[in-house]
Design a protein around this ligand. Structure first.
Ligand code: NDP
Length: 320
């Protein structure tokens, strides 16, 4: 039987291609010189798209009339037009759970690095400045209270870890959750007023764009710490830079940015910002687990079986 054709949008972990190639003809978009010719000749046969953090606008989905699945090797799928996918009966899958603990670990690391100035203290030693005197005293996690924006899979894993640090925990989301005793705030600004440490771990997209804005930062106050491991679009970066410069808040730890991989020079120059290049899930172990789940979703659908982890916007079976 002819193998189905699938399109890989960007390089994935090494395990992905051989596993897919046993069952499908894998076309690697970044290696195709004449993409117009590819979409004209092979496009009508392509049944699946797979990628690491896929970017899939409507125009791409509509170029592939036999498309059945977009298998995203990431949990966030704000780069995929899920509405267009749903309209065309295409299932979108992501990689929930397999990265939860890794991202939560990094969030805690980033929180401590920000409050206790770990990168700056290390730099101080590396620069040979210790003999001239001890590193200045820092802020503390002791006595803080933490508000989590987005108490989902990762938010809950962060909260579980924070319980070990003996800090009170609150959360903000669109609804109060019945299975948790953490304090719920329907309003983000109210939560920012009530706590001094915010950790953002919501999805990106239009609904959460700039929900952390100048007003929220002002409410957080001069002892305030903001950590963002969700999506860069959730925070108004300009307002954050202003708040860090004017000490409206104390410091920020960011793994995600509005225009990745470009980070404003103004932000890089700030001493009270700890900045990471979007690495929260970036261990070999976890990136392999994500790639494997994306492959398993793809192979299931190509074999006529249900996908393992469809996103809520494209329930299975699709309505074609
Ligand atoms: P979940 O879907 O389990 O959790 C998302 C949470 O966000 C839910 O609690 C939801 O609560 C809340 N939320 C959704 N929309 C809004 C809104 N408009 N306002 C307030 N809260 C909202 O996802 P995960 O925990 O698995 O992942 C969360 C996000 O983390 C991903 O979407 C991704 O963007 C990011 N991420 C970043 C990584 C990195 O490398 N830095 C790695 C992995 C994930 P409710 O429904 O009650 O509103």
């Amino acid at each position: 039987m002819e193998k189905p054709d699938i399109l890989m949008l960007n390089p994935m972990r090494p395990l992905a291609e051989p596993a897919l190639a046993r069952h499908a003809n894998v076309h690697k978009l970044w290696e195709i010189a004449d993409q117009d010719a590819f979409f004209a000749d092979v496009g009508p046969r392509v049944r699946g798209i797979i990628a690491f953090v896929a970017s899939c606008p409507r125009a791409l989905i509509e170029k592939l009339p036999r498309l059945e699945i977009i298998a995203n090797s990431a949990v966030g799928y704000d780069g995929i037009d899920v509405k267009a996918a749903a309209e065309h009966g295409v299932v979108v899958t992501n990689t929930p759970d397999v990265l939860t603990d890794e991202v939560a670990d990094l969030a805690i690391g980033l929180l401590l690095a920000t409050i206790r100035e770990i990168p700056r203290a290390e730099k101080y030693l590396h620069e040979g400045r210790w003999p001239q005197g001890p590193y200045p005293l820092t802020a503390t996690l002791r006595g803080r209270s933490v508000g989590i924006i987005g108490l989902g899979r990762i938010g809950k894993a962060i909260a579980r870890r924070l319980e070990g640090f003996d800090v009170p925990i609150a959360y903000h989301g669109r609804r109060k959750q019945s299975d948790t005793a953490y304090t719920y705030h329907a309003s983000l600004i109210d939560m920012a007023e009530a706590v001094d440490t915010l950790i953002a771990v919501t999805p990106g997209g239009a609904e959460t764009r700039h929900i952390v804005n100048a007003d929220v930062l002002r409410a957080l106050g001069p002892n305030g710490i903001l950590v963002n491991v969700g999506r860069g679009s959730v925070v108004d970066e300009k307002a954050l830079i202003e708040a860090l410069k004017s000490r409206t808040i104390l410091a920020a730890g960011l793994d995600v940015f509005e225009n990745e991989p470009h980070v404003p020079a103004e932000l890089i120059a700030l001493e009270n910002a700890v900045l990471l290049p979007h690495v929260a899930s970036a261990s070999v172990h976890t990136r392999d687990a994500m790639a494997q789940l994306a492959v398993d979703n793809m192979l299931a659908v190509l074999a006529g079986k249900p996908p393992l982890t469809p996103v809520p916007e494209t329930p299975w079976p699709p309505k074609k």
